[in-house]
Every structure is written in structure tokens, then in C-alpha cells.
Design a binder for this molecule. Sequence first.
Ligand code: ATP
Length: 356
Amino acid sequence: MSSVLYKSVVKNFGALNVLRSLDLAVPDHKFLALLGPSGCGKTTALRILAGLDMPSAGKVFIGERDVTRLQPRDRDIAMVFQSYALYPQMTVAENISYPLWIRGTPDIERKVKIGEVAAVLEIGHLLDRRPRQLSGGQRQRVALARAIVRDPAAFLMDEPLSNLDARLRLTMRGEIKRLCQRLGATTIYVTHDQVEALTMADLVAVMHGGELQQMAPPIDIYDRPANRFVATFVGNPPMNILPVTLADNGVRAGGKIVPLERTRFFACRLAEIVEIGLRPEDCSVAQHDAPDVLPGEIYVVEPMGNETLVNVRLDGGNVSVRAGRDFRGAVGENIGVAFDAANACFFNSVGITAVH
Ligand code: ATP
């Protein structure tokens, strides 16, 4: 396995600038999720590493090797696609063994390797079938088997779970994570699903508009987002953003003063703060006229079984609140929103987190 490095990678498709100048370092053995909304350039970044697209400028390295100008087959990577890309006329065994056959691996060695990866992915009983005789989940396992059989320097996966139904996606999410941990595989995993990114990866790189916004372990992406985009893209329901005004030694959100220590918030930074970001779990429902609450009206109530999501209309916009499973408010009722600012984020006028 090897580290992966993008060095000032730019990609233009005609007049369209898809990657601005991507710098990204994935350490050896780490699982990196490349996360972002549709069109932000994730797949393009992956295809450049795979050698399926050439960068307009910049370089990509796998380990110490500059692979920018190498053919895909010479890069020592294995890619797993959303569509699985299995050969329909070949059996499962032939599909898995194909990369070894191309490489000229002797028959006996190939058989042993197929047996090994089929055991890891629990598809030994499917080896004589053709792809059309398999379920979506089974096809996905075959695609993974074909990737790991080569023992590549890095795995590249492009939304590999998006064609599976919700339940199977959940199962395969855990399976792929276990597999990558077991192999100690350097993996780059493209997804627009923040739950996949947070649950599977060692590191999450959030992209937006062709630019890397933040790269950090999942918990830091969630707790210490670098900017408003990351804060609101990650988390479901998303972080609530409320306007604030400056107050003595803090900020005022609605009627509530949030005191901010000057040691953490240098005076100049404090003056820049224009918004507070509050996760729904840091908000709670309260009496409409209780002190220090934001007064509002219930807009939507969504019972989830284990909890209730309550959307409350405030003066400055709507906020989501996680309430207990026994919440019984009705739409249109007056309600208060209390919040704990201990985990709050504070943003300046261009959406950069003012302090962590
Ligand atoms: P998605 O999650 O929808 O796949 P993405 O983040 O992976 O999105 P890309 O597929 O990298 O995004 O595409 C980024 C932008 O580049 C999009 O605007 C897309 O239309 C454009 N694009 C991608 N490939 C080409 C191409 N071959 N020619 C022209 N434009 C392209």
C-alpha cells in the first residue's frame, strides 16, 4: 500500500474550471472519503488519480512515484465503480481473475488467489455464475473481489453503494469498512453521502466548487467545521444558522446573550462574528415565554421512533430541534427553543469559522 498525493491539481473541461488547485495528501493505509455535493469535482479528482483523465496542471503521486503521465494499467491501483463494471459474458471466477490474467499470473496461482478473495467476500458459492444471475449486493462483492485480488497500491471507489437499496447499503458500508481495515488498504472513496463518509473514513475531505474546504477526521469535521459550508453540509438535519449581533463580551442571538471568553475569541475576531451555528442536538424545546429562549411556532413535527425532529419557525428563519420520542406539540403552537452554546460554531461575514 502507498500514500497518495495531489499537488496543485487543476482540471478544466474547455472553459469549465472543475478543479481549482487541489492539494491533498492521503497517508499510507488510510481510508479517505472525498465528500461533496453533486458536481463539485469528486469523480474528476478520482479519475485523474486513476489515469482516466489528465490534469490540466499539477501532479499526482502514488507513494514516491509521479504517476501523472502513466497509463492507468501502470499505476498499480484498483477502481470500484458505481456500476460495478463486470464483464457480463464472463463467470464470477473469470471476472475476478481477469486482472491477474492480464498480468500473466500462472493458472495455479490465479486459482489460489480467487479462492482466497472469494472466501474473504463470502462469494465462493457464486464463482460459476454470470453477473446477470447475481443480486446487486452480490455484484458489488464481485467488483470488490476483483479489486482486492490484485493487491494494488491503492483502492479508488466511486460511489460504490449508490445502486443498492437502503438496507443493503447499510450492510455493505460495514463490510467495506471491515475489508479495508483488514487489508490496511489506502482507499479513496468518493461519496455525496455524508453518513457514509463519517462512518467509514479515517479522514474526510470535503469539497465544494472544485476546492477542498477541509480535510480532517470525521469527528473534527462534525465538531470543528472550517466554514459555514462544511458546517451545514455535514449533519442531518443540518446545523442551524442564526444571525447574531455583538453584545458586551459576547453575542446576542434573539433575546439570549451568549457569553464568549475573550481569551478564546480575540477582540478583533469577536467583532467579526455575524452568525452562530447550532446543531439540532444542542437545541431543545422549551416554554414559549421561558427566559433565554428563542420564541417561535411549531412548523413541522417528525416522529422518528427513537426521537422527534421538531422544526420551529423563528423570527430569523427556521431551526431544527431534536426532541424526545414523547414530544406531543402540534403545528402552529407557540414554543421556545433553548440552546446550549458549548458546542456552537461562530461564523464571520464570509462564512469562515471565527474560532474553534
Ligand atoms: P457527482 O456526485 O454528480 O458525480 P462530482 O462531484 O463527482 O458529481 P464530477 O463528475 O467530477 O462531479 O463533475 C464536475 C463537473 O465537471 C460537473 O460540472 C460536470 O458536468 C463536469 N464534467 C465532468 N466530466 C466532464 C467532461 N468529460 N466534459 C465536460 N465536463 C465534464
